[in-house]
Design a protein around this ligand. Structure first.
Ligand SMILES: [Zn+2]
Length: 249
């Protein structure tokens, strides 16, 4: 009898300690959220979200006919919703299936160039912003999978922002992803030209059938959006993404 009382006392003590631990973790997360929220409303970085391609420019196309521009927009809109919910100011390059070219651009080539120029104009005209471009990858070797973040070579903050997003995505939803962040060259026009902290998130490979299926899934799109959000949050708070984001698995 005595022995079992001791066991129950030990279990009760453990439960109390566990509850205190959970309360501390919850409190820490709430503080981090508050900091981010306060940052948004007090004029700290505006989040400029770019849904890659659109309109005449579909981007890459998967074997099953899924077009990149649609997936980009769905993830970008979910990302916008999270940032707005947390009190951030956001700007979108597009909110529907359009190319944002000037009316004077007549050929498809001219429209693509004008569209990119207008996206860059938006970056330059949005003061104190973080630029996050959403795209999907494609590669001739169909086994490639996983998110990879590219960063602008101009603003030194871009690399830290990219690293935080990459780490957050890996930690939260892609534990087997070993991809590293990569500096953009001239091939990614907007990153190459942007002066503000700027990254491009290649969320997954549409050349891989299983990953395309996941990318089409609303729940997975939300997971991607949340992981990117946490990466930005940790970058803004100067935290190590793998140490401070809640663990989901
Ligand atoms: Zn793309």
């Amino acid at each position: 009898m005595k022995k079992s009382r001791w066991i129950w006392a030990a279990i009760a003590a453990f439960l109390i300690l566990f509850c205190i631990f959970v309360m501390i973790v919850e409190r820490k997360n709430a503080d981090a959220m508050q900091t981010a929220s306060a940052g948004g409303v007090s004029g700290h970085p505006t989040i400029l979200i770019d849904a890659g391609h659109g309109g005449v420019d579909g981007g890459t196309v998967a074997k099953d006919g899924t077009v990149e521009k649609g997936i980009n927009l769905e993830i970008a809109l979910k990302l916008e919703a999270v940032f707005r919910m947390m009190g951030f100011d956001t700007v979108m390059t597009r909110r529907e299936d359009i190319s944002i070219h000037d009316e004077s651009a007549k050929t498809i080539r001219a429209q693509k160039i004008s569209d990119l120029h207008n996206r860059l104009k938006l970056i330059n005209e949005t003061p104190d912003c973080l630029f996050i471009s959403i795209h999907q990858n494609s590669y001739p070797y169909p086994n490639n999978t996983g998110t990879q973040v590219f960063y602008s070579p101009n603003n030194p903050e871009s690399e830290a922002l990219a690293a935080s997003i990459q780490q957050s995505v890996i930690h939260l939803i892609q534990p087997k992803n070993i991809r590293k962040i990569k500096k953009s060259g001239t091939e990614i026009y907007l990153l190459y030209q942007a002066k503000t902290p700027a990254v491009m998130v290649e969320c997954g490979f549409m050349s891989n059938t299983q990953e395309t299926e996941k990318l089409r899934n609303e729940a997975y799109q939300s997971e991607l959006a949340l992981s990117i959000f946490y990466g930005v949050l940790n970058y803004l708070n100067g935290n190590d993404a793998s140490a401070s984001v809640p663990v989901t698995q």
